[in-house]
Design a protein around this ligand. Structure first.
Ligand code: IPD
Ligand code: CA
Ligand code: CA
Length: 298
């Protein structure tokens, strides 16, 4: 694992060196040079946080519930968020922070630089399965997604992206998404609740969708599902209601490979609110909306 992390660090170093050749040309977005340094730093903290989670895995963990009995949070979620927040605050005191476990609840604007953090995305998997969960970070500047990081802790697989510089899985650049794939040959990530009576879309229409596509999957981690869309392992991922920390990192990943990310009706997402989500390769995004999600809209 150490060898692989070293390799990732070397890759990041190369990216940040390449970024040295650019400047931001006076635009409102984050400068490339600055972005390269922040990316390198953020990846190191995420990998260190992953080490910490793995060492805590088999020790006693406190489990509590939040909004409902299935909405879990553990002592490790909270410790991981604090671990990341402490480092970010020490290095970037002028950056804002929004974390699932309580940091930045007062934030009302996306002005400036904001780190949107999910310390463990897929807590139910973490508790029940001890795998298939991720640390997710999206860094936005004046509302623009600049950096996305999704780290599958137990698989030691790191997805990261920097705006305009592409997306990577470990040290390998992800290919732009193929736009020829049609719905009949697609695998869609969605959870079973779409097939039950729900507030958004007629379940009968969703049952038709499930019969139309080649297959469906439900991983239990929105951040990982978005990373799977970015690498082409899923053709789309659909969710009813996600918070900014679930999607901030994945949104940048999918953007960087030319995919589309909107709510389930094709409208832009708001990074400070809960949104429904449809992220996919271009070829099926509007078919999913027109033929199913809008058609069955309640
Ligand atoms: C959850 C996961 C899950 C999604 C839930 C999220 P958490 O995040 O992303 O896949 O279906 O809506 O809340 O609570 O494990 O960080
Ligand atoms: Ca989450
Ligand atoms: Ca979480």
């Amino acid at each position: 694992m150490e060898k692989e992390n070293d390799c990732i660090h070397r890759g990041i170093y190369n990216i940040s060196m390449r970024l040295e050749y650019y400047n931001n040309g006076g635009t409102k977005s984050m400068g490339l040079n600055e972005r390269g340094h922040i990316l390198k730093q953020a990846i190191k903290w995420v990998l260190d946080a992953g080490d910490m989670i793995r060492t805590k895995m088999d020790k006693p963990i406190q489990i509590e519930t939040k909004s409902n009995p299935n909405d879990l949070v553990t002592s490790v979620d909270k410790e991981t968020e604090s671990f990341l927040i402490k480092r970010i605050q020490a290095h970037y005191p002028d950056h804002a922070l929004l974390g699932e476990e309580g940091h930045g609840a007062h934030i009302t604007s996306l002005d400036g630089t904001i780190w949107i953090i999910d310390p463990i995305d897929g807590t139910m998997n973490f508790v029940h399965q001890k795998r298939h969960f991720a640390i997710s970070i999206g860094i936005f500047h004046d509302g623009i997604g600049e950096i996305g990081i999704v780290y599958d802790v137990m698989a030691d697989t790191l997805y990261y992206a920097s705006r305009g510089e592409g997306a990577f899985k470990n040290n390998n650049r992800l290919e732009p998404l193929n736009d020829q794939v049609q719905l009949e040959k697609s695998i869609i990530g969605l959870n079973h609740l779409w097939l039950c009576e729900n507030k958004l879309v007629d379940e009968k229409v969703m049952q038709k969708l499930v019969k139309t596509v080649r297959g469906v999957r439900s991983s239990g981690s929105a951040a990982l599902d978005m990373a799977y869309v970015a690498e082409g392992a899923l053709d789309a991922y659909l969710a009813m209601g996600l918070s900014p920390w679930d999607i901030a990192g994945g949104t940048v990943l999918v953007n960087e490979v030319g995919g589309r990310t909107t709510n389930h009706l094709g409208e832009p997402l708001h990074m400070l609110k809960r949104n429904s989500l449809l992220t996919s390769r271009n070829s099926i995004h509007s078919d999913l909306i027109q033929q199913f999600l809008k058609k069955g809209q309640k």
